[in-house]
Design a protein around this ligand. Structure first.
Ligand code: E4P
Length: 218
């Protein structure tokens, strides 16, 4: 399973990248706004840092303008995946941009039917939002499982990029279901290293080691 990091925070990307866990990056207009920087500048910096796909999202509301904006974003670097919304206009833009050889990430997917249309329109990635479905008492992980089943039934090559991830459990369950990629905030990826029994075990080892009076080697 590939790990994308869902942020436009350069320092956070650098820290995770140094550990070898960043296979790509996703951004959206809210994350760009949070960075306080221009989309062109921050996206270029991310693309210089990360070899894998970097999603940059269009904000136009019709296919013609989305295509023009998408081409502009794709010119930033060869590893840009143009992110378009799962609307009828977004699907038209997806088809045109993907026919033109660009990677396309179709975002804001909340149903299996939407995911099926995105695959038929040539999406490289489909981004189903788990957390936002859970927020309204629907089952985000069930959506991932449904899309996995549908894509496997027909051999669609569109990658399932599980998004809106809020917890370590979301990531573990996505891996069990067989999502191709997860995108998660840096804090959630870092939290994967935590376990209460690891902390407890380490504290016991440290206490026993102190009793030996020996020094740390090196
Ligand atoms: C994915 O590409 C989105 O940017 C992101 O996962 C949305 O997450 P949120 O619902 O926590 O804002």
């Amino acid at each position: 399973m590939r790990f994308f990091v869902d942020t436009a925070d350069i320092d956070a990307i650098k820290e995770l990248h140094a550990l070898g866990v960043v296979d790509g990056v996703t951004t959206n207009p809210s994350l760009i706004a949070k960075s306080g920087r221009s989309i062109l500048e921050v996206t270029k910096e991310i693309c210089d840092l990360v070899e894998g796909p970097v999603s940059a999202e269009v904000v136009a509301d019709n296919a013609k303008d989305m295509i023009a904006e998408g081409k502009h974003l794709a010119a930033i670097a060869p590893n840009i995946a143009v992110k378009v919304p799962l609307t009828w206009e977004g699907l038209k833009a997806c088809k045109a941009l993907s026919d033109d050889g660009h990677m396309v990430n179709v975002t804001l997917c909340f149903s299996p039917a939407q995911a099926l249309l995105a695959a038929k329109a040539g999406a490289t990635f489909i981004s189903p939002f788990i957390g936002r479905l859970d927020d309204i008492n629907l089952d985000g992980l069930q959506l991932i499982a449904d899309i996995r089943q549908i894509y496997d039934n027909y051999g669609y090559e569109t990658n399932i990029l599980a998004a809106s991830i809020r917890s370590v459990n979301h990531i573990t369950e996505c891996a069990k279901i067989g999502a191709d990629v997860i995108t998660a905030p840096p804090a959630v990826i870092k939290a994967m290293a935590n376990h209460v029994l690891t902390d407890k075990g380490l504290a016991a080892f440290d206490a026993d080691w102190a009793k030996t009076g020996q020094k740390i080697l090196g």
